[in-house]
Design a protein around this ligand. Structure first.
Ligand code: NDP
Length: 292
């Protein structure tokens, strides 16, 4: 039986073999000791998510989720694939962040970074359902093509285009909601394109997770002059609403209003590399490990 073990706390990007490692252990499934009330489950899918990088930290640093323990297996979620993607944590993150903090209104303009990812692609499609003008950025031309297929009103590759120029062109009336998955330079530039009373949904800052050099912000004063609301959230705090989310999302799925791109990796032995690919943008859609 294969498992992925957390070996040491990384300083920048985790290195396979040094910080995370695949190990094989013999487990006698037939005679596995079960106490009263225990159940034995066979994992089919393993979810890889950016927050797992945050758990690879010094345990003395407090956060909303506990750190991984050195020498123990990396934990993840394991139901059928949509329940770890569209109908699971990432889809729910999109729904909660957009509705509770973004408070979208028909006719408004939303900009989404990492827009083709597990969370971003759902944000954009819900925003379209709600009648917003939807603009996204992503890190490759094939990801941009996918955003076109999702009927985004505009999208650009932030690695080959100038973010400021693209936003000027694609959001001539400014931005009302910024769904921020990346933080750093993109957030800084977006601040100068926001309208008065705009909302910034601070979902994640993946551009900073493996980079210890601080970003020096130039546009923070706009928060005051444009009366901008910037609010973070943690999806775990909202699970009392997961049933109503799944009900609404299932309805959209039935009506063909939502698509979901998964990036399925075969075999747990490929999970460490897939995790690094997620942190460097080589994934395309929700990363799921199919445990063979
Ligand atoms: P994605 O599927 O979007 O994968 C991560 C993507 O981030 C990559 O594909 C890449 O896309 C982009 N990226 C990676 N490195 C950088 C970088 N240096 N600069 C800019 N973009 C980068 O992941 P998720 O949808 O699962 O997560 C998106 C964000 O949401 C993350 O910040 C995550 O931490 C956060 N999150 C927050 C939750 C909450 O409760 N607040 C819950 C779940 C997720 P590209 O090629 O487009 O650059």
């Amino acid at each position: 039986n294969n498992g992925i073990i957390f070996k040491a706390i990384p300083d920048g990007y985790p290195v396979i073999g040094e910080h995370i490692e695949l190990v094989t252990r013999e487990i006698d499934i037939e005679n596995f000791p079960l106490a009263d009330g225990d159940i034995l489950v066979k994992n089919q899918y393993l979810s890889l998510d950016p927050y797992m990088r945050g758990r690879m930290r010094n345990p003395q640093i407090k956060s909303y989720v506990k750190s991984y323990e050195i020498g123990k297996a990396l934990e993840g979620h394991v139901p059928k694939s949509y329940f770890i993607g569209l109908l699971g944590m990432p889809g729910f993150t999109a729904y909660i962040g957009l509705n509770k903090i973004g408070k979208p209104k028909e006719g408004e303009t939303i900009f989404i970074s990492a827009a083709s990812g597990a969370v971003g692609q759902v944000v954009g499609q819900i925003a379209k359902i709600k009648g917003l003008r939807v603009i996204g950025s992503a890190g490759s031309d094939s990801k941009i093509k996918y955003l076109d297929e999702l009927n985004f009103d505009g999208a650009f590759n932030y690695k080959t285009r100038n973010i400021d120029e693209e936003l000027t062109k694609l959001c001539p009336n400014g931005i009302d909601i910024y769904f921020d998955n990346v933080g750093g330079e993109t957030l800084d530039i977006v601040l100068s394109h926001l309208n008065d009373n705009a909302r910034v949904v601070a979902c994640g800052m993946i551009s900073r997770y493996n980079d210890n050099n601080p970003h020096v912000f130039k546009n923070l004063m706009y928060i005051v002059t444009k009366r901008i609301l910037i609010q973070g959230f943690i999806v775990l705090d909202h699970y009392q609403e997961v049933d109503s989310f799944q009900k609404e999302m299932r309805e959209w799925l039935k009506q063909d209003k939502i698509k979901y791109k998964e990036d399925i990796v075969e075999g747990i032995q490929n999970a460490p590399e897939a995790f690094l690919n997620l942190l460097t943008g080589k994934n395309f859609g929700k990363v799921i490990v199919k445990i063979c």
